[in-house]
Write a new protein. Structure first.
Length: 272
């Protein structure tokens, strides 16, 4: 099984590049399963029901969220209606939605996707991601050996630790949230593919998707400047994982990184 995982989609630019490239990439790479982190898809924070439907109609199999899960209030209701939209499983008990989903083909389970949220450097009150995901994975392995875990978190050390903790228990541990693709892809000794962060799909002439001038103003003045999603050429960050369907072990992991050039010279960046 070949699994295509797109990094955090930021705003219209991120949505447009993913929807425009999804069909070609899926066909060219032979992807059997497509996962998108969509927690920043709606103007940079949160996602709407309409945007979820656009991704799913385009062929996305699972959408994951993160710390901005509830920024669009309608999702708190919609998530209970759409099992292909998942949030971190270690959110507090009673939180709407589910932290994992089993993907089926022809009524048969072929893979499971789980999301957890790191606790380091976050203001969120979260359950232990290590013990929580271990328990869920043990149950899911009775259904399918192919399990992908999205670790939405700030600290690289915590993500790396979760990769080693889950090595041999899941097919892949893929980090999201920082919007910067890392270069540490590896298949760990137990057969788990690992990447600290898959990166961002969104405007790259920015600060992690936000208008760079507004971000600079906030840093320089320490004033509560309202941030907005940047405009301009897109970057598409993703990862392709090849998995043995019988064992659930990863055979390979390959990063995908495509960056559009500016249409003209702008702020020192050369045009086409």
């Amino acid at each position: 099984m070949r699994i295509l995982f797109f990094g955090d989609v930021v705003g219209r630019t991120g949505r447009d590049v993913v929807l425009a490239r999804l069909g070609d990439l899926r066909k060219r790479l032979g992807a059997d399963l497509v996962i998108v982190n969509g927690e920043n898809a709606a103007a940079g924070t949160g996602i709407t029901a309409q945007l979820c439907r656009e991704f799913l109609d385009a062929g996305v199999d699972v959408i994951t969220l993160g710390n901005h899960a509830w920024d669009k209030r309608e999702i708190a209701t919609y998530i209970d209606e759409e099992p292909r939209l998942i949030r971190p499983m270690n959110f507090p008990p009673g939180t709407p939605g589910y932290g994992h989903v089993v993907v089926k083909r022809g009524g048969k389970p072929v893979a499971a996707v789980v999301q957890i949220h790191g606790r380091v450097f976050t203001p969120l009150l979260l359950d232990d991601p290590f013990r929580g995901v271990e328990e869920v994975v043990q149950q899911l392995r009775k259904t399918t050996p192919v399990i992908v875990v999205d670790v939405h978190g700030e600290a690289s050390s915590e993500k790396v630790a979760l990769g080693w903790f889950l090595d041999g228990k899941v097919s892949a541990v893929i980090g999201t949230h920082t919007h910067v693709q890392t270069a540490d892809e590896v298949v760990l000794p137990g057969g788990t593919a690992y990447l600290t962060d898959v990166g961002m799909c969104g405007p790259w002439m920015s600060v992690i998707g936000m208008d760079r001038n507004l971000v600079l103003e906030r840093f320089l003045t320490q004033m509560p400047v309202r941030l907005e999603v940047a405009r301009g050429p897109a970057v598409l960050s993703a990862v392709l994982i090849d998995v043995d369907e019988a064992t659930g072990h990863a055979r390979s992991i390959d990063r995908i990184f495509e960056r559009e050039k500016p249409a003209k010279e702008l702020d020192g960046f050369p045009g086409n």
